[in-house]
Design a protein around this ligand. Sequence first.
Ligand SMILES: Cc1cc2nc3c(=O)[nH]c(=O)nc-3n(C[C@H](O)[C@H](O)[C@H](O)COP(=O)(O)OP(=O)(O)OC[C@H]3O[C@@H](n4cnc5c(N)ncnc54)[C@H](O)[C@@H]3O)c2cc1C
Length: 556
Amino acid sequence: MNSKVFRSDFLVIGSGIAGLTFAIKASELGTVHLVTKKKDSDSNTNYAQGGIASVLAPDDSIESHIADTLKTGAGLCNEDAVRMIVENGPSRIAELSEWGTRFSMKKDSAGKDVFDLGREGGHSKNRIVHARDLTGQEVERALLEKISTIRNITIFEDHTAVDLLTEHQLGLDHERAQKTCYGAYIMENSSGDIHSFIAPITMLASGGVGQIYQHTTNPEIATGDGIAMAYRAGALVADMEFIQFHPTSLYHKGGGRSFLISEAVRGEGAILTTISGKRFMEGIHPMKELAPRDIVARTIDSELKKSGEKYVLLDISFKGEAFLRNRFPAIFQKCLDEGIDISKDPIPVVPAAHYLCGGIITDRFGRSSIKNLFVSGESACTGVHGANRLASNSLLEGIVFSHSAAEYLRTHPEILKSRDALPEFPLWNKEGTFDLEEWILIQHNKEDVKRLMWDYVGIVRTNLRLQRAQRRIKFLAEEIYDYYRRSTLTLELVELRNLVTVAGLIIEGALHRKESRGLHHNTDYPDAKDEYCANIILCAQTRPLLKKHREIDIRW
Ligand SMILES: Cc1cc2nc3c(=O)[nH]c(=O)nc-3n(C[C@H](O)[C@H](O)[C@H](O)COP(=O)(O)OP(=O)(O)OC[C@H]3O[C@@H](n4cnc5c(N)ncnc54)[C@H](O)[C@@H]3O)c2cc1C
C-alpha cells in the first residue's frame, strides 16, 4: 500500500456538469484537484438528451417557468430556490455558449440566429435549449475542452472517493456541534491505494442513484456514492423517496442500461398506445402524452399491469425520416441498431429509474450542513424539484448552484486561508483486511439490492412492500458492511456499500411519507395530505429527524 497526501485549495468529486462548472470557476480562486471514478466524461450528464430549460423565447416569462416548476413539484419546492435557477438560467446558458457549447440554432422571422427551443412535459412554453438529442455530450465536451486549457485544474481519472475527511477520522466527532469537511479518502482504482486528498473546500458533485434499480437510464457510475458518504459523515439528507421514473426507455429483453427515448420525442408530438393501438393518455391528463413524467410513468405501469404486456408503443413515424434523423440522430440510430426504423414503426418503451429529486440538503450557495462541504447537481437537495422534477431543470440546477457556490467563495476568501491550519489526517489503514476472493458474493448482493428496489420500492408502492423491503435491506446491509470491514477495497465494494446505504434511505423516506405526492405513490395512502407536505429529513446521528421543515436546517 502506497498512500500519499495530495493538497489543493479545492477538491471536486465528480466530472459531470456540476463538478466541471464548479472546477472552472474555482480555478480562478485557487488550485483544484478533480477526482472522478472512471473516465472524465463518464457521467449522467454525458447521456442527457433533451436539454436545459431556460426562459429565452420572447413569448416566455420567468414567472411561467417558475409556475410550471412549482406545479410539477407538488407543493414541496422551495420557491426561492426555483426562482434562483430560473432567473439565472439565461446567463448560465450564455456562459456555456461562450465556453464553446454548440447548441442547436435556427433563424427567426427576421433572419436572426436564435436558439431552437424544444418543448417537454410539464412546460407551458418552448424553452428547452438543446444540441440535437446529444445535449449532455456536447456540454460535457465543451466543459472538458475548456478545462484542458486551465493550468490550475488537475483531473484524476479512475480515482474513487471512499469517505469524507471530518473530525471523525481524528476521533473528535463529538467535540463540535457542526462538523467540518477537510477533503476525502480517495482510492486509486488501478492499485487500490487510498490517498488523502486534503483541501479547505470540498465540492461533492457525484451525481445520482439510478443504479439502485434493476432498470435505469443511468450509467454505471450512478451509485449514490456522494450521498452515502455525506450521510455517514453526518450531513442532513432529505426527500429520498422522490425517485423519478422516466416513462419512456427503449424496451430490451436483456439487462444493462436502458436507453432513453427523450421526452422531446413526445414534445414533437409522439403518441403513446398499447400494443393493440389504444391511445391511453387521453382522458388521464389535459396535456395527454406531455403530462408530467410521474403521471405518464404511472399510467404506463398501470396499462402494463392490466394487459400483462412487456411494453407500450411510442409513435413518431408521422414526422418522416429527414426530420427524425436530424432532430434525434442518436435515438434514430440506436433504434435502427435494434431493428426499429422510427420513421416507419412505433418504438417499444417501458419506464426506468431516471432521477433522484432528494439528496444532501444545501442552501442557496450549495452549502451542506457540514462546514466547507459544498454539494451541487443531482447529489444535492436544493428544494428546486420538490416532490417531482420538471423536465430539463436538472442540468440547469447543476450549473446555477455550482456558479452560486463559486461566487460565495469568491466573496469569502477567508475560507481558503484556512488551508494553512488544516489538521493532519492518519493515512488509510488497511490492516486486518483481506483480498476478497468471492467476487460472486458482491455481484449477487448487488443484483439483490437492485431487484428488491425495483419490485418493492418502484413506481407504485404499498406499505406491505415497503416494510418487506426494509427488513430485507437491513439484512443485506449487515452482510455488505461486514464484507466491507474485512476486505481490501475495490471499486465494486465501495459502490455496493453505498448502494445499500442509499437504498435504505429511500425506503426509510418512503415508509415515513404516509401520503401520495409527486413521485411517491403509495396505494395505501392514495391522496396528498397537508400534514405530510414537509420534507422528510434523514441524518445518521439524529435519525430519523422526521417531518421537520427545511427551515430548521438551512440558511436560505
Ligand atoms: C439518459 C439521461 C438523460 C437525461 N436528460 C436530461 C435532460 O435532457 N435535461 C436535464 O436537465 N437532465 C437530464 N438528465 C439528468 C441529468 O443528466 C443529471 O441530473 C445531471 O447530469 C447530473 O449532473 P451531475 O454533475 O450532478 O452528475 P453526473 O453528471 O452524473 O456526474 C457525476 C460524476 O461523479 C463521478 N462520481 C460518482 N461517484 C464518485 C466517487 N465515489 N468518486 C469519484 N467520482 C465519482 C462520476 O463518475 C461522474 O463523473 C438525464 C439523465 C440521464 C441518465
